[in-house]
Write a protein that binds this ligand. Structure first.
Ligand code: UD1
Length: 374
């Protein structure tokens, strides 16, 4: 079996780490394709080195640009690669423009698509990520969902075949790394902060960075917190943060995006997290750090149970209030059992040997038979 994985953005490097290792352990050939969506060293190379991802066989060099140009270039450059490699599966992760491009090209070339993190919805179609997820799910043959909520959502949209609950690769990796974190990570000394004496913030969603008024409200909220806030700045956020004077004469400590283990180490000793990232909401949950989500909705409904995660949108008063709340005593464990990579590879193998992967649904009558694959 040959699996072609399309990755391109930081969270995909994190998700790919355990799965690439599992594929390699089981002797399955993986062809890694990096679209180039994230291209800064600290957003890409650092993660390959740290997470020991194999070097991509193909690097498409598509970086920057608007949604149309970026996705269009990816489609154009991916098609000959998938045609030439003729894999048994094209594997896509999450909800980025790289996910959309990988899923679309494969579907048009009649190569089966496996979507990791299928079934998540924010129900907010103004988010580019929501469109990417919906399209990827509706062209995929194998829908690898992290939890029951996501499986139910797919059923609600008429997708009932090829759905497997596999758990969450990001959570599994966070649990492995968390178990090895030092009690006093050196990164605290770099920022001159004490355990539980600081908060962490990240902002990169288009709705928060491209809307100056929203960004200003977020800054007002973060500046109202009565402790230092360490704020690793995503490239998308750099310019607006500079223009708005973030970190000048206030409690914000700005820095470059951090490598994976350093970010978890910083988070692990913080008092709370303020973020619009999907991955960090889950990582905070694993590390038992209260999370305040700087959005009006979240795809990770399980984290809201017991109040571990709260939604503050970009409301400064809600942000400040949330920074003062007590840590909930009880926390559920809804995120699988550490075996997502094994379950995903099992599902890929089973999908190939099954006589047919049915792709039922109102407008999806076709079936991909094993003999037609590869
Ligand atoms: C993308 C994903 C989002 C994911 C996030 C993780 C989409 C639509 N969004 O958002 O789902 O949560 O990645 O980080 O795919 N840039 C750099 N250097 C880099 C990368 C980006 O300067 O290494 C710049 C780009 O040129 C662009 C901006 O940052 O101007 C935004 O990059 P883009 O790839 O559009 O999306 P992200 O905001 O990173």
């Amino acid at each position: 079996m040959r699996v072609l994985s399309v990755i391109g953005a930081r969270p995909q490097f994190v998700k790919a780490a355990l799965l690439s290792a599992e594929l390699s352990r089981r002797g399955i050939e993986e062809i890694l394709v990096h679209t180039g969506q994230h291209y800064d060293r600290e957003m890409s190379d650092v993660f390959f080195e740290e997470l020991q991802l194999p070097a991509p066989k193909h690097h498409l060099g598509v970086g920057g640009g608007g949604h149309g140009a970026q996705t269009g270039e990816m489609l154009k450059r991916l098609e000959p690669v998938i045609r030439e490699e003729a894999p048994d599966w094209v594997l896509v992760y999450g909800d980025t423009n790289s996910t959309l491009a990988g899923a679309l090209v494969a579907a048009k070339l009649h190569v089966p698509v496996a979507h990791v993190e299928a079934g998540l919805r924010s129900f907010n179609r103004a988010m580019p990520e929501e469109i990417n997820r919906i399209v990827a799910d509706h062209v995929a043959q194998l829908l690898l969902v992290p939890n029951e909520h996501a499986g139910k959502q797919l059923a609600h949209e008429g997708i009932t075949s090829g759905v497997r609950v596999v758990g969450d690769l990001m959570v599994d990796l966070a649990m492995l790394v968390a178990a090895k974190l030092p009690a006093h990570p050196p990164i605290l000394d770099r920022f001159r902060v004490q355990p539980r004496g600081y908060c962490v913030a990240t902002i990169h969603r288009a709705s928060n960075t491209d809307d100056r008024a929203a960004f200003r409200r977020l800054l007002e909220g973060l500046r109202g917190i009565d402790r230092p806030v360490v704020f690793p700045v995503h490239p998308r956020t750099r310019e607006i943060a500079r223009q708005e004077g973030a970190g000048e004469g206030d409690n914000l400590i700005l820095c470059e995006p951090l490598p994976y283990a350093q970010m978890l180490a910083l988070l692990s000793q913080s008092a709370s997290l303020f973020t619009d990232s999907g991955g960090l909401q889950k990582e905070a949950f694993v590390l038992k750090i209260p999370c305040v989500t700087l959005r009006e909705e979240t795809e990770w409904l399980d984290t809201l149970e017991d109040g571990w995660n709260v939604l503050a949108g970009s409301d400064p008063a809600k942000i400040v209030d949330a920074s003062r709340r007590l840590i909930p005593v009880r926390q559920g464990t809804p995120f699988g059992d550490g075996n997502a990579a094994r379950k995903i590879v099992d599902a890929l193998c089973y999908g190939l040997t099954a006589t047919a992967i049915s792709v039922e649904g109102p407008s999806r009558k076709a079936a991909v038979s094993a003999s037609s694959i590869g």
